[in-house]
Design a protein around this ligand. Structure first.
Ligand code: GLU
Length: 486
């Protein structure tokens, strides 16, 4: 299957765009097909310099490399490759002009000379009459001679499609199912602008045909324009591709996901430290449901499981908590060595001693179970590299039924139990055994030993388990911190 992702380089890649790209990529990979990236740069006024490159880089970060079209070369420079290029629409203007002329010749399109002022007045009038805004076909009434004369004199004009208003257009969308549109509700869309550039409507029809696309999956916002595109395919004598309109991303209150309520630029999520695995897993589950309870999907697993018939048409609610949960899950899946080497530079920057720490790998493993973002690592490991100041107030804990008065007694019990462990035997197993027997003989509850130990060693309410921290701090340091509580 040949699929495509054709962003307009008008800004950053929106999360919704990244999801559409993911779906197109998955469909191509599932069938051993080709995923094409085309740049739809026909609206010169809205073009943002560097946007195309940024989009390609974001896709490449996500692992959604195009097989054809616009891509990064081995040096990371933007290039294009493939048999159906060029893949920038701005380099295909002659093609659009050719097909626009063909449509005019066949009676499927016509030049329109109406000025912006006239169209504006027409729209206002329609609004007043509570009519749907639609071109009133003034220029369709012009005689052939008049049109010829005005064209020859170089008068500014656009090309509009001539919608067969008496017909109906029916189509079965891969996600929305069977749809019928009445011709008289469809506007005579502008196909070529007066600046010689095509509109999206003509350009993508021409390109998707010439680039031999089998499937067009795109945002739901294009669904209402679908009949125009189907009419164009028919007028050009071409078979349309399959269309799949993907539901919008929604805020929790079901309003359209907007910049105001959430960050929507994929780049912001990259900057925040989300793993591509987490973000893609999250996006895949926005609108698609696997039909099982599986929640974690690698890209190969998505290729295997993804299908359009499990994409639902109601909008997909963007749930940041779910994303963070997935992020945590994917952090745990990183091989421990790799995790340690990824956080090492960050930790070393704050604590130079980490650079030569022989226990770094084990210490890193301890936080891998709890971390959400890499930049949290230095703080989460700080108590291994600097001594915390711990007060009795932190150790006293009503939840654990520990009063301030209990603290010295409990610390003494812990101290005695751990002193009995020989230096050479110091490990999580021996620490656990020593403290469990102290719990049994003292009659204290487990939490009444574990909480004070953990708090004394780390100086914080939340941290990895007491036994693990003690083992990795070493006996000398553990004893020192137990004695230092003031
Ligand atoms: N350039 C269009 C957009 O960015 C592409 C829509 C499509 O997939 O056809 O919305």
């Amino acid at each position: 299957m040949r699929t495509r992702f054709p962003p307009s380089p008008t800004g950053f890649l929106h999360l919704g765009g990244l999801r559409t790209a993911l779906f197109a990529w998955l469909l191509a990979k599932k069938t051993g097909g080709t995923f094409t990236l085309r740049i739809e740069d026909t609206d010169q006024s809205r073009e943002v310099p560097g946007a195309a490159e940024n989009i390609v880089r974001t896709l490449s970060w996500a692992g959604l490399m195009p097989d054809e079209g616009v891509m990064l070369d081995t040096k990371g420079v933007l290039t294009e490759r493939g048999a159906y290029g060029p893949y920038h629409q701005s380099k295909r203007l002659d093609l659009y002009r050719t097909y626009a002329d063909q449509l005019v010749k066949g009676g499927h399109a016509y030049p329109c000379f109406c000025t912006a002022e006239r169209l504006d007045a027409m729209r206002k009038d329609q609004e007043k009459r509570k009519q749907a805004p639609m071109y009133d076909r003034t220029c369709l009434e012009l005689t052939k001679e008049e049109v010829k004369k005005r064209l020859e004199s170089g008068e500014k004009h656009v090309i509009r499609m001539k919608v067969p208003r008496e017909e109906e257009v029916s189509y079965t969308d891969e996600i929305y199912g069977p749809l019928t549109f009445k011709g008289h509700t469809i506007d005579d869309q502008v196909l070529m602008k007066s600046d010689g550039f095509p509109t999206y409507h003509l350009a993508h029809v021409v390109d998707d045909h010439l680039m031999k696309m089998d499937m067009v999956n795109r945002g739901e916002e294009w669904l209402s324009s679908l009949p125009k595109h189907l009419i164009l395919f028919k007028a050009l004598g071409w078979k349309p591709p399959r269309y799949a309109h993907v539901p919008l991303l929604l805020n929790k209150d079901r309003s359209k996901l907007s910049k105001r309520q959430n960050d929507v630029a994929a780049e912001d999520y990259i900057k925040k430290g989300y793993l591509s695995e987490a973000l893609l897993n999250f996006l895949a589950l926005l609108g698609w449901n696997p039909g099982t309870t599986q929640e974690l999907f690698t890209l190969p697993e998505l290729i295997e499981s993804f299908s359009l018939d499990r994409v639902h048409k109601s909008g997909a609610v963007f749930d940041l908590e779910k994303l963070d949960w997935l992020q945590g899950q994917w952090m745990r899946k990183i091989p421990p060595n790799e995790f340690a080497s990824r956080i090492k530079p960050l930790v070393t920057e704050k604590f130079p001693a980490a650079a030569t720490d022989p226990k770094f790998l084990e210490r890193a493993a301890l936080i891998q179970e709890r971390i959400t973002f890499f930049p949290e690592a230095p703080d989460m490991l700080s108590y291994f590299y600097e001594t915390p100041t711990v007060s009795v107030d932190l150790i006293a804990n009503p939840k654990q039924k520990i009063t301030k008065d209990d603290v010295p007694k409990i610390l003494k019990i812990i101290h005695e139990a751990l002193s009995a462990v020989a230096d050479v035997d110091w490990s999580q197993t021996t620490i656990t055994a020593a403290l469990e027997s102290a719990i049994a003989t003292s009659g204290l509850k487990k939490g009444q030993i574990l909480w004070p130990l953990r708090a004394a060693l780390t100086g914080r309410e939340y941290s990895p388990g007491a036994y693990e921290v003690a083992a990795l701090l070493g006996k000398e340091e553990t004893m020192k911190r137990l004695s230092a509580v003031a």
